[in-house]
Write a protein of this length. Structure first.
Length: 385
């Protein structure tokens, strides 16, 4: 009897990041996929899929255990080209060898335990997803070696061959080291020396900032009341997108003119002042849309608005405002901080408003304030030419 295989791939479908399940038609496998969550069939892609945020790699391993091999090379940000041939062999075009990404039973168990431990320790959903995915990528690389037998040389080889060799960002490398350090310090005894797992040298990139005129053009271009209110609140309070989408109806205190951001990055709450103008805009939106749970809800009753949809709102606004910059939602937060600094707001207050743990994080905005740069005179201007 030929062994069944499930090939997992990242994709984008109907404005959502998804994970596709590709396999030869089998009623039992279809039943298992549907048991993993709100799985749907895509006629366009001819595959079953789950919304990425609802996908659980550990649960997938357990569900297909003993029934099919799970091939998850397609989850590695598409860095390696894969193809399905005949009875499904996954081949790396770069290395010209058959990949063996399916973890051993012991490694799959360790990965599942790691996810459970992270959730038990109340790490954020994003951190749990990122750290478990990082460990999964590393596990696929060291196959068939057990995670318990990993050495520092294995990590160095992985970083050099995959992360550096394939051009992954500093942030990605840093997250991988963080995930491995946490896994090996808390989950298993090993030969690895955790303290010698070095992070890449920190990049010192300046934040991307929009001018006030550009922010105004973006907001003016929006005709949809909900869309305009969301982006206005992002800029007016310097919110992260997750902070905006996690706001509840009761988080605005109209009497005190305060917005409460709950359980933000680092699991911290913070208070942000809001003006009468913003409160009036939010109240007008509430009268029109009447959300029941979240401040901003999607098409389904009581469902939170998605990050992908919010990003699409900004993309449409940039096109309408004829702004050529490839701005992201986080640019509005950077712009908020920079414009506050330019208007004379003390850096310590900006740190509190942004929810930065360290003042060093906030100080980067001093490098991009237009007023400070305008006071600098080039020595060229003193030349008589």
């Amino acid at each position: 009897m030929e062994e069944l295989q499930i090939v997992l791939e990242k994709g984008f479908h109907r404005d959502n990041h998804v994970v596709f399940f590709r396999f030869e038609k089998d009623d039992k496998l279809i039943e298992i996929v549907r048991s993993l969550g709100k799985a749907k069939w895509s006629k366009t892609h001819r595959a079953w899929y789950l919304i990425h945020d609802e996908f659980d790699l550990g649960a997938t391993f357990k569900a297909f255990k003993g029934l099919a091999w799970v091939v998850y090379d397609g989850l590695k940000n598409n860095r390696t080209q894969t193809e399905v041939i005949g009875p499904i062999r996954v081949v790396s075009a770069e290395r010209n060898r058959v990949l063996r990404p399916k973890p051993t039973f012991e490694n799959a168990e360790l990965m599942s335990e790691y996810k459970i431990w992270l959730e038990h320790k109340r790490y954020s959903e994003n951190t749990v997803r990122t750290y478990t995915e990082m460990l999964a990528v590393f596990t696929g690389y060291i196959y068939p070696k057990c995670l318990r037998d990993v050495t520092n040389e294995d990590v160095v080889d992985f970083v050099h061959t995959v992360l550096v060799g394939e051009g992954y960002s500093f942030t990605y490398q840093n997250q991988l080291v963080s995930s491995l350090k946490l896994f090996y310090s808390e989950m298993t005894n090993t030969n690895i020396d955790i303290e010698k797992l070095e992070r890449p040298r920190r990049e010192h990139k300046l934040p991307n900032v929009l001018s006030k005129d550009e922010v105004q053009a973006i907001l003016v271009s929006l005709k949809n009341v909900k869309h305009k209110t969301m982006l206005s609140l992002l800029y007016a309070c310097g919110l992260r997108r997750s902070e905006l989408l996690n706001l509840r109806l009761h988080d605005i205190d109209r009497q005190r003119h305060m917005l409460t951001v709950r359980n933000a990055k680092g699991r911290k709450d913070r208070m942000i002042p809001v003006s009468d103008r913003i409160i009036t805009m939010v109240d007008s939106y509430l009268k029109m849309y009447k959300p029941t749970n979240w401040l901003f809800e999607g098409q389904g009753d009581g469902e939170r608005y998605t990050e992908q949809s919010l990003s699409k709102v900004l993309k449409v606004a940039l096109e309408a405002a004829n702004i050529q910059k490839r701005a992201t939602l986080h640019w509005l937060r950077h712009s908020y901080a920079t414009h506050l600094l330019e208007s004379g707001t003390d850096l310590r207050y900006i740190q509190e408003l942004l929810g930065h743990k360290s003042s060093r994080t906030t100080e980067i905005y001093t490098h991009v304030t237009q007023q400070s740069l305008d006071r600098i005179k080039s020595p060229f201007d003193d030349l008589s030419i």
